[in-house]
Design a protein around this ligand. Structure first.
Ligand code: MEV
Length: 315
């Protein structure tokens, strides 16, 4: 038997992280260059083995970080009446973990696609989103669903929790530079921090959340009209609100300053924050390269460039 396989990719939230949890819209795009794949091969001895960069062994005996994935696999095997089927499930990921790039969602999407193929079951996109939510809930507590929607999308999306993601075309001539702080962000923790700020200082939190929502609408129109400089300003203003929500990090703040000093039109954190990745907007490829070099001189070891044109970011 040939093994069944499934794949997915990293995601970048352009704008609307955190406020999306409170029913504001967000815009996210797939980063097809950073991929994740899963293969599942049948084993006749009934053992269910997981092979990954962090852990290899019986999947149920793995570390607590695997609780989400294990629950997801358990649910699917029970649903299809094969709870004790044996297999080797191999996860091959190029996504750095806990960097706001959606690695847990990417893993869930790739596993679900591979598992449905392995069990010869048809899979709709709606079912994929619903199933991936099983592990995301365990990992993040209160996920909006945007990570999963983007990990399974081929185009940039406009996302509002509880509704189907809408594909939105980008007509922008700029480039997005994504740079890793090297600091593990913790989405679950960051989401909780915002929730607790909302209780302690509702006025401050609500102003920031609503402000981020308004900036997301403004970003949508800047994207549609190729208003690059305006989008840069929107990034800076969004970062200001995200700082007020308490989800930035000193390393993010430093890198944002370096990017803006080296020709970026604006910069912000992306994803959960408290570490993780920064994104900034470059007007052309040469500036994108200059920003990456300046960041590398400040100790940044991983960065990526993504054109902001829909045709070019197809998976
Ligand atoms: C994480 O990539 C995005 C957050 O808004 C959380 C969520 O939407 O589930 C921080």
């Amino acid at each position: 038997d040939t093994p069944a396989s499934g794949s997915s990719h990293a995601k970048i939230i352009l704008i609307g992280e955190h406020s999306v949890v409170y029913h504001q819209p967000a815009i996210a795009l797939p980063l097809p260059a950073v991929r994740e794949s899963v293969t599942i091969a049948r084993r006749e001895d009934g053992i269910q083995q997981l092979i990954s960069r962090y852990y290899t062994g019986a999947r149920q005996a793995g570390p607590s970080q695997l609780a989400g994935i294990n629950q997801l696999i358990d649910d699917l095997l029970v649903r299809f009446n094969v709870p004790n089927i044996g297999f080797d499930l191999t996860i091959n990921s190029h996504l750095p973990a806990e960097r706001g790039m959606g690695s847990s969602a990417a893993t869930a999407v790739a596993i679900i696609r591979a598992l449905y193929r392995f069990l010869n079951q048809p899979l709709s996109h709606e079912q994929l989103l619903a199933d991936a939510n099983i592990s995301e809930k365990i990992i993040h507590g209160n996920p909006s669903g945007i990570d999963v929607a983007t990990a399974s999308a081929t185009n940039p999306i406009w996302f509002i929790t509880g509704t189907q993601p809408i594909s939105i075309p980008f007509h922008l001539h700029g480039y997005l530079v994504v740079a890793d702080t090297g600091v593990h962000g913790q989405t679950g923790l960051a989401v909780k921090a915002v929730a607790s700020l909302r209780e302690r200082e509702p006025q401050v939190a609500e102003t920031a959340i609503k402000g981020l929502g308004q900036l997301t609408y403004a970003a949508k129109s800047a994207l549609a009209n190729d208003h690059l400089t305006e989008l840069g300003t929107i990034f800076d203003r969004a970062q200001h609100f995200l700082k007020q929500l308490g989800v930035s990090h000193p390393r993010l703040d430093e890198m944002i300053t370096v990017a803006n000093r080296n020709g970026a039109l604006g910069a912000k954190l992306t994803g959960g924050g408290m570490g993780g990745c920064m994104i900034c907007l470059a007007p052309d490829e040469a500036t994108a390269t200059q920003i990456r070099l300046a960041l590398a001189n400040q100790g940044v070891t991983q960065s990526w460039v993504q054109p902001l044109k829909s045709e070019e970011n197809k998976s």
